[in-house]
Design a protein around this ligand. Structure first.
Ligand code: AVJ
Length: 339
């Protein structure tokens, strides 16, 4: 067992740090601790016109719980449709990806999606990668108990700023796993660069590859409903970003003074989420008075949708030579294995 005996000295930020995780699961903290830069970026987004908040501000403790609730909503089809495709195509996916490899879970969260693959993919080593360190530590402890024969470890990092896991991966064939259509948060050019980075991590190993779940284009009314549910959970999730921002910046955004707005932008193939000022208001941000006119919006998220032919082409452009795709009967979601 590794025990962290001292607080992390700032000049060592980014260096490997062993957390006190039970049973020898290793957790490495590779965050670049630059809270000042994070704050500056957040402030710049809020002072811009149109204003924006990065989607990562959704995921404080309450926001992560609300996202869990979103995944169970009747309107939010992606999570359950992806799970159904995994279930139906499991033998074919296992045959394509191969067993006994290193399994790298990008955006592991509570590691439950990956846990579903443990019995069949039977990885030799499981590397969970996520920005939320506390949740990761808990999830890894559980997984270590469930699968004592798997070498379980975790990496805390914000890989949306660029993926570099070379120090944390073992040699040998590796299956990368990026589920839930999280790739949809990237603009297409950034998505392609991210896929390219995964491809580079696969190196020359023909037995390495990427298993990825991606949402498809569909009736705009269904897309809209998935991001503007009747129970208002997504609205609460969206507004919670303001509560998070208030804690980070010491601002006094009144979350209920903003309306949840979500719609499918067909020209750009993305669902957009915004927070729209219900009434004119002024918020002091780092000493600067930022006035929001009634109806003015803060852009909080894009969620891009890809037709299977488009995403297959993107995987190929990123350097993957072979791409397989599985879908549900309605074509609501797609799962790809690219090698
Ligand atoms: C976690 C980015 C895949 O875009 O569907 C769900 C986030 N936002 N409802 C998505 C989200 C509103 C989700 N991703």
């Amino acid at each position: 067992m590794h025990v962290r005996t001292q607080p992390i000295p700032l000049h060592l930020a980014g260096a490997p740090v062993a957390h006190p995780v039970e049973r020898g699961e290793r957790l490495v903290d590779r965050r670049i601790h630059d809270p000042a830069a994070e704050r500056r970026a957040l402030v710049a987004g809020l002072l811009s016109t149109p204003a924006s908040i990065a989607p990562k501000y959704f995921y404080d403790a309450l926001g992560s719980a609300l996202f869990g609730a979103i995944c169970a909503l009747p309107e939010y089809y992606p999570t359950r449709t992806e799970a159904a495709i995994f279930e139906d195509a499991r033998p074919e996916i296992v045959a394509a990806a191969g067993t006994g490899k290193q399994f790298v879970d990008l955006g592991a969260g509570d590691c439950r999606k990956a846990a579903g693959w443990m019995p069949t993919l039977a990885p030799s080593r499981y590397v969970a990668v996520d920005i939320a360190g506390d949740a990761l530590a808990r999830a890894l402890m559980l997984l270590g108990f469930e699968y004592p024969d798997v070498d379980v470890c975790g990496v805390i990092t914000d890989f949306t700023r660029g993926l570099d896991l070379r120090r944390d991966l073992a040699e040998g064939p590796t299956t990368f796993f990026y589920a839930g259509s999280s790739i949809g948060n990237f603009a297409p050019a950034d998505a392609k660069a991210f896929l390219h980075a995964i491809r580079r991590h696969c190196g020359n190993d023909r037995d390495s590859g990427l298993l990825i779940g991606v949402d498809t284009k569909k009736d705009p009314r269904r897309l809209q409903a998935a991001y503007d549910d009747a129970a208002g959970v997504t609205a609460a999730f969206n507004r919670n970003a303001l509560a998070h921002v208030n804690r980070v910046l010491g601002t006094r955004f009144a979350a209920d003074a903003f309306a949840h707005v979500a719609f499918y932008n067909e020209a750009l193939s993305r669902v957009e989420m915004h927070l729209e000022a219900r009434i004119p208001q002024t918020v002091t941000i780092e000493g600067i008075a930022r006035t929001f006119a009634a109806g003015e919006r803060i852009h909080t998220e894009n969620s891009y949708k890809y037709a299977p032919a488009e995403f297959t082409a993107m995987l190929q452009l990123a350097g993957f030579a072979s791409v397989r795709c599985w879908q549900d009967a309605a074509g609501d979601f797609a799962v790809y294995y690219a090698a």
